[in-house]
Design a protein around this ligand. Structure first.
Ligand code: FPP
Length: 509
C-alpha cells in the first residue's frame, strides 16, 4: 500500500495560536472544547483544564477560556456579570464572521447563517444577531430560509427585505457556494458567506487527490476527531468525489482500520488535528520505525581510501550525520540515537580522541540553533564524568535549551552497553527497589526513550560493538557495506524498506 500525504493538511493558524495560548495556562475553565479534538482536550486536561458548557459553571471571579469557535455577546455579558477573567482564543476568521453578521443585523437585515445549527460556532454567530433588539437569524433548509434554529418551515415576512448571508467557517466550500446561488435565486441577498481559507485549501487538496485516485483500491484517511466539523467535511468531500474515506481520531483507531484491498491511501488531517498525531499515524501506516539507532562506522577507512587523515573522515562523518538527522525528521522518525564514541574508543591515539572531542563540541555549538529552530530535543547518553568540563557544559546547555521538544536526537558519547548496565545496577541498588526488568529499565541513561526498532551499522562490520545491549534486545538489525561518510538518503531508505518488510514477532508467533 502506498501512503500519500495530501498537502496542505492539518492545524490552521487560528487553532495553532489558540492551542499555543492555552498551553501556557493552568487550572482554568474552558467553555466547550478549545477545539474539537480529543488529543488536544487530553493535553489540556493534563494542565488541569476543566471543560464546561456554560459560564454559569465557572466559579465567580475565575478564569474562562473562550474556545477557537467563538462566543456571542450574551455569553461575554454573562462572563462579565460573573467577574470572570476571559482568555479569548477565538479564531480571527470566526471573529470576522461574527462582525459581518452583526453588521448586517445592525443595518436591520435578517441574517441567514449557512451552518450546522447545533455547532457551537453557529450558535455564537446566531447569538451575535439575536442579541440585537430586532435581530432575526435564519437558516437555509431545503433551499428556503427558516427562522433560527430551523425545523419550523419557511420563514414568513421576508418579502421585499434584503437578507445578509454568512457561513460557519468549517462548512464544505462548494456547498456554501451552491447554497448562496440557490438563495440568490429566491431572495434579495447580500452575501459575506465564505469558509476560511485554511478549510478551503484542505478541502481542495482532497478534491485534487480524489480526482486522480478514485478506483476501488483508493481511500482518503482523514485524521481527526469525529466531533470535528471540518474533519467530517473532508471525509464527505472524498466520498462525493468517488473515493472511499475513513476517519480516525486516535492511534488505536488508526491501528483498527481495515485497509484490506487498499493500494493507495491519501492521508489528510483537519484544521484541529495535532501534527504529532498525524506524524505518528503516517509513520505507523508506512511502517516506519519510531526509533532508529546507528553505529556510524567506517570514517577511518573512508579517509585512508582517499589518502586523508582519520580526523577528516570524522569531519565527513559529522556532515553525513547532519543530513541523516534531517532525512529521519522528513520520514517521521521520532528518535535517532547515534554511536559517536564508545567507552573503548578512549584507547585510540590521543590526537584522534582530542580531535573527536573538539569535533563534538564544535558541531554542537554550530548546530545548537538548528535544533531549537527545528524543535529537536538533544540528549547525551554515556559516562558524563569522562568528558571534559567544557564539552559537558556545551552538551548540558543544549540539553536544557531543547528539553521540551518531542523529536529526539540522542548521541552516545563515552558510551558502552555494559557500562550502562553496570551503572544501572548501581543506580537500582542505590534506589533500593526490588529488581525487575521495569525497575531496572528505569535506571538506564534515557529510561523514557522507547527501545530502538531498527539498528543500522555501516562499513560492513557484523557486530553490535557494545551498543545499546539492553535496549536492542528485540531490535531489527540492518548491516550495509557503505562507509558512514558515504551513507546517503537512498541508503537510509533501503534500511527503512528492509525494516518495513520484516514481521516483528517480539517473541510471539
Ligand atoms: C567510527 O568510525 C566512528 C567514530 C568513532 C566517530 C563517529 C563520530 C562522528 C560521525 C561525528 C559525530 C558528531 C557529533 C556531533 C555527534 P571509525 O573511526 O571506527 O572508522 P574505521 O572503522 O574505518 O576506522
Amino acid at each position: 500500500m502506498t501512503v500519500e500525504i495530501i498537502e496542505p493538511h492539518g492545524l490552521c493558524a487560528g487553532v495553532d495560536a489558540a492551542v499555543a495560548r492555552a498551553l501556557r495556562l493552568r487550572d482554568v475553565y474552558c467553555l466547550h472544547g478549545l477545539v474539537h479534538n480529543e488529543i488536544i482536550t487530553g493535553d489540556l486536561r493534563d494542565l488541569r483544564f476543566k471543560f464546561v458548557e456554560s459560564v454559569e459553571d465557572v466559579p465567580k471571579g475565575g478564569t474562562v477560556v473562550f474556545s477557537a469557535h467563538g462566543v456571542g455577546p450574551s455569553v461575554r455579558r454573562a462572563a462579565k456579570d460573573r467577574e470572570l477573567t476571559v482568555v479569548d482564543a477565538t479564531c480571527p476568521f470566526v471573529d470576522r464572521v461574527h462582525r459581518a453578521a452583526r453588521s448586517f443585523a445592525k443595518r436591520g437585515m435578517p441574517v441567514a447563517i449557512i451552518c450546522d445549527p447545533a455547532h457551537v460556532e453557529a450558535r455564537g454567530i446566531a447569538d451575535e444577531v439575536l442579541d440585537l433588539p430586532d435581530g432575526r437569524a435564519l437558516v437555509p433548509e431545503n433551499g428556503l430560509l427558516s427562522d433560527w434554529p430551523g425545523g419550523s418551515g419557511p420563514a414568513k415576512g421576508l418579502e421585499g427585505r434584503k437578507i445578509g448571508v454568512v457561513a460557519q467557517t468549517t462548512m464544505n466550500a462548494d456547498d456554501v457556494e451552491r447554497c448562496v446561488a440557490v438563495l440568490r435565486g429566491k431572495y434579495d441577498i447580500e452575501s459575506s458567506a465564505d469558509v476560511c481559507a485554511a478549510t478551503k485549501d484542505r478541502q481542495n487538496a482532497v478534491r485534487r487527490f480524489a480526482k486522480t485516485h478514485h478506483g476501488e483500491g483508493s481511500r482518503v484517511l482523514v485524521l481527526g476527531s469525529p466531533s470535528s466539523s471540518n474533519c467530517r467535511r473532508l471525509a464527505e468531500i472524498a466520498r462525493e468525489c468517488g473515493t472511499g474515506s475513513l476517519l480516525a481520531g486516535t492511534m488505536d483507531e488508526v491501528r483498527a482500520l481495515d485497509l484490506n484491498g487498499v493500494d493507495v491511501l491519501g492521508v489528510t488531517s483537519g484544521a484541529s488535528t495535532p501534527e504529532r498525531f498525524f506524524t505518528e499515524a503516517v509513520r505507523y501506516l508506512r511502517n516506519v520505525p519510531r526509533h532508529v539507532a546507528i553505529v556510524m562506522d567506517g570514517n577511518g577507512r573512508w579517509a585512508s581510501q582517499r589518502g586523508k587523515k582519520r580526523g577528516e573522515g570524522h569531519v565527513a562523518g559529522a556532515e553525513t550525520l547532519s543530513k541523516v538527522l534531517e532525512w529521519c525528521g522528513d520520514r517521521g522518525i521520532a528518535y535517532l540515537t547515534v554511536y559517536a564514541f564508545s567507552t573503548e574508543n578512549w584507547k585510540r591515539p590521543k590526537a584522534e580522541v582530542d580531535g573527536l572531542m573538539s569535533l563534538f563540541a564544535r558541531m554542537l555549538k554550530l548546530k545548537g540553533g538548528d535544533f531549537v529552530r527545528k524543535k529537536v530535543r538533544f540528549r547525551m547518553i554515556g559516562r558524563r564524568g569522562d568528558l571534559s568540563k567544557g564539552l559537558l557544559a556545551t552538551i548540558e546547555e543544549l540539553e536544557r535549551r531543547t528539553a521540551g521538544f518531542e523529536r529526539q536526537f540522542i548521541v552516545a558519547i563515552s558510551y558502552g552497553g555494559r557500562a550502562e548496565i553496570v551503572d544501572a545496577v548501581n543506580e537500582a541498588i542505590r534506589r533500593g527497589e526490588p529488581m525487575t526488568e521495569e525497575t531496572f529499565s528505569r535506571c538506564l541513561y534515557a529510561p523514557d526513550v522507547p527501545d530502538p526498532d531498527l539498528v543500522i551499522r555501516t562499513s560492513g562490520e557484523l557486530r553490535t560493538s557494545n551498543f545499546l545491549l539492553w535496549e536492542s534486545a528485540y531490535s531489527e538489525y540492518y548491516f550495509t557495506d557503505v562507509l558512514w561518510p558515504d551513507f546517503s538518503e537512498s541508503d537510509l531508505d533501503k534500511a527503512l524498506e528492509s525494516y518495513a518488510s520484516r514481521h516483528r514477532r517480539m517473541g510471539g508467533v
